[in-house]
Ligand binder design. Structure first.
Ligand code: NDP
Length: 449
């Protein structure tokens, strides 16, 4: 008889949990996973994937507009939100099935219910069943934070935005981070009036400043309104069903059909019972872990957003994989957190890898900056005045490129490739020695002098 019901019990079937379960099972472990909602987690079910589909959908507005500059006459173009919403939902269903198949084909047992920790080696399912496991992996992710203001029951988060029954005419979005700016771009392009309200006077704090300034300018020109230093104080539902959004320091409310908040995501550990295993949560509710994803309890590990390190899917996947190789594969390894590329799928998108200019200067780097401020060829023809902006941060002592930051069409696609060069430690001379691929936007990367 085995000492435990399972070698590994994973709580949460998102990106990190599914990868860890699959790899551990491949190493011969007897694995089970509990998921209280849908297999796939935030990224697949209510995050990156459906969001990117909405970004693609909204881009057609720009393409249809720009087509005129290339000789096209397009008849009346109509957008149907319900159709798009349902297409996106069916693709999410397809992906959920694929993730579930992955668990099944790797012989990972799947409990479609909530599990909580009752001790270092025990979990309890919502149905009341107690299960023992040699190792427990916490991979429950994070959850949108809803700020405390009167009437916040009328506001939605990114969890609900994919399911709106009708397309809103006016949208207020609180927050100016990744989610807020991505959805501001989607709603704006699809024809809604959008106002972004934020508690500070900045968008995308932490991103390269020149890119943020450019994004603010372009999105304002595209019709997105901003109210800075003015968080929501209260939301009142009016007799006609519309929402009156009162923000700090402004006597006049903004009238909206939808109020969305995107003010960060908090580890989803409430009521998870980790105190029963002697684990003290961090100040954001996160599970503190070491470089090997081990918590203060020797039999409990955690990966992904619940650890509040880097809230990005590819990072959670790597953490889950490294955990499984370390604990069940006999090959202990940690993952590198340097040079993680990131992108904001705003319109236009921006992307970056490595240090910003401000970070490099405060790290004592002898900074040399190279920039390219250009009007993409397609924009020129389409009478679209928007300009792209690329910035290289170079360590003048070693000539190494320590950061690349870009705003412009396809910036995330281009950045992924250039991230390899930055991660590999290539120098500005290496960039310069590379022949330009003409005509492209990416050629700017090797033409900055
Ligand atoms: P972000 O941390 O990106 O932005 C939060 C925003 O909300 C900031 O503008 C912040 O203002 C504001 N804010 C924070 N707390 C409060 C509060 N209590 N009241 C009012 N405003 C507040 O969070 P998101 O929710 O946009 O995204 C969460 C995470 O999800 C991201 O950090 C990212 O890791 C991940 N994500 C990644 C994406 C991608 O890779 N493309 C896409 C979507 C999400 P300020 O900073 O100005 O004070």
């Amino acid at each position: 008889m085995a000492e435990y019901d399972y070698d590994l019990f994973v709580i949460g079937a998102g990106s990190g949990g599914v990868r860890a379960a699959r790899i551990a099972a491949g190493h011969g472990a007897r694995v089970a996973v509990a998921e209280e909602f849908r297999v796939g987690g935030t990224c697949v079910i209510r995050g990156c994937v459906p969001k990117k589909l909405l970004v693609y959908a909204s881009h057609f507005a720009e393409e249809l507009h720009d087509a005129a500059g290339f000789g096209w006459t397009i008849g009346e173009a109509k957008f149907d939100w319900a159709k798009l919403r349902d297409f996106v939902a069916s693709d999410v269903d397809r992906l959920e099935r694929a993730y579930t198949n992955t668990l099944d084909s790797n012989k990972v047992e799947h409990f479609a219910e909530r599990a909580t920790v009752t001790g270092p080696n025990t979990v309890r399912l919502a149905s009341g069943r107690e299960i023992t496991a040699k190792i427990i992996l916490i991979a429950v992710g994070a959850w949108p934070v809803m700020p405390a203001f009167a009437g916040n029951e009328h506001a939605i988060t990114s969890n609900e935005v994919f399911h709106l029954s009708t397309f809103p005419k006016r949208v207020v979005i609180q927050g100016a981070g990744y989610i807020a700016l991505e959805f501001a771009g989607i709603f704006n392009a699809l024809g809604a009036e959008v106002t972004v309200v934020n508690r500070s006077d900045q968008i995308l704090r932490g991103y390269e400043e020149d890119l943020r300034t450019r994004l603010l300018k372009i999105t304002q020109e595209r019709g997105i309104a901003y109210r800075f230093n003015s968080p929501i104080e209260r939301v009142e539902k009016q007799g006609d069903g519309r929402l009156a959004v009162h923000t700090a320091g402004h006597p006049d409310p903004i009238i909206a059909d939808v109020v969305m908040v995107a003010t960060g995501r908090r580890p989803k550990t409430d009521g998870l019972g980790l105190e029963n295993a002697g684990i003290t949560l961090g100040k954001n509710g996160e599970v503190p872990v070491d470089a090997h994803n081990a918590s203060a309890c020797p039999s409990i590990y955690a990966v992904g957003d619940v650890t509040d390190r880097v809230q990005l899917t590819p990072v959670a996947i790597r953490e889950g994989h490294a955990f499984a190789d370390t604990v069940f594969g006999g090959t202990p390894r940690t993952i590198a957190y340097d040079h993680i590329p990131s992108a904001v799928f705003s319109q236009p998108p921006l992307a970056g890898v490595g240090m910003t200019e401000a970070e490099a200067r405060s790290a004592g780097v002898n900074v040399k900056v190279f920039t390219s401020d250009f009007r993409p060829m397609k924009n020129m023809f389409a009478s679209r005045p928007e300009r792209g902006f690329y910035k290289l941060i170079v360590d003048a002592d070693s000539d190494r490129v320590v950061g690349v930051h870009m705003i412009g069409p396809e910036a995330p696609e281009i950045l992924q490739a250039v991230a390899i060069a930055v991660k590999a430690g290539l120098t500005k001379a290496d960039f310069d020695a590379t022949v330009a691929l003409h005509p492209s936007m990416a050629e700017e990367l090797v033409l900055m002098r």
